[in-house]
Ligand binder design. Sequence first.
Ligand code: NAD
Ligand code: UDP
Ligand code: UDP
Length: 366
Amino acid sequence: ENLFFDVLNCFMFQTSERISHCRLQSNMRILVTGGAGFIGSHLVDRLMGNDKNEVIVADNYFTGSKDNLRKWIGHPRFELIRHDVTEPLLVEVDQIYHLACPASPIFYKYNPVKTIKTNVIGTLNMLGLAKRVGARILLTSTSEVYGDPLVHPQDESYWGNVNPIGVRSCYDEGKRVAETLMFDYHRQHGIEIRIARIFNTYGPRMNIDDGRVVSNFIAQALRYYPLLPSAFNGTAIVDASASALHPCSGEPLTVQAPGTQTRSFCYVSDMVDGLIRLMEGEHTGPINIGNPGEFTMQELAETVKELIDHEVTIVSVENTPDDPRQRKPDITKAKELLGWEPTIKLRDGLPLMEEDFRQRLGIPKK
Ligand code: NAD
Ligand code: UDP
Ligand code: UDP
């Protein structure tokens, strides 16, 4: 019996010593789930930039890609694990950024049952891991928890207006349960939690065909080539040199009806800064992280047209069910508690994304 307590004491002493040693040296071992995705890979770049951090990424590559992390593969402080968060994960870490979950409506609706499992079982597993190793865990929740909001702008005290049985529910109700789990583990087991409610984010590395509005409009504007009247018979033909550059020429910007619905777009570097401040700060949240600049989808299309190609056409297409009509974060809490606010305006961020998309699509500037 004594031997058992000796071993236990020794283990506990070593563990707490290891953790306090790590924290003293600010040596952190950090797990990023979903780290091969859009926001996750930018977060990894920032975390790896601090040469005291060791970063482990766990990702099943559903919407993410190794390519987003290629500069870190083989680095001694970096590890990439193919792992689905709906399965238990055993690693020893000090912090967990839990991002794993498809974010684009096309992908989260593709297999809604899997999306729910990712949000619920995935978050449960990461909380179980946080509990076992004493790690602090941050969940990337979403403005979708406000549903089609009846309060505008949305602050964190608003409980939302969500359809529990709609086609978006796998995502927004999934994230609501994930938030509930976070707070229950916090209250019941004393886990250190952080919840970020992320509003629409854009920037380089977004999947070109992931269906989100900013990536759609930029890709469409770049792939657009005007229809030229034929010199011979007056019928329209596609400019031949343009179609040789890209087979999908002639794509207009598709504004889903009615086009008056609004969103607020945050550039990815601002988002990553907000997430790190939240993790390092003293507040559990939930805290809105987003850019309060609000645009209708028609305005967004016109801005993309003005910045990328004046000749591009804008068409109205059918919308999907339960599309929120308005969305704009109240970021008072983020400003006061984290000293954070976004610095990059939409007009400045879009050209940075354009450059990345041009490179990936192989379309040089005209
Ligand atoms: P993304 O789709 O680019 O990244 C998600 C990553 O999670 C991908 O690498 C994907 O392969 C991985 N993943 C998905 N299911 C998984 C599973 N079961 N196990 C392991 N890995 C899994 O999306 P993103 O835009 O980078 O979003 C990251 C997080 O931020 C998500 O939690 C999302 O809900 C949240 N969020 C994003 C936005 C936004 O505008 N981008 C808005 C609100 C919330
Ligand atoms: N879990 C995990 N990694 C760990 C510890 C736990 O993935 O290091 C998973 C575990 O498989 C379980 C979940 O987290 O499904 C919740 O764990 P917890 O200990 O809170 O609950 P219990 O195992 O008692 O149901
Ligand atoms: N949208 C659009 N054209 C597109 C894709 C989306 O007008 O090609 C609209 C969509 O109806 C919604 C808004 O853009 O009102 C944001 O959609 P997205 O899928 O980017 O994100 P979310 O709905 O999750 O905010």
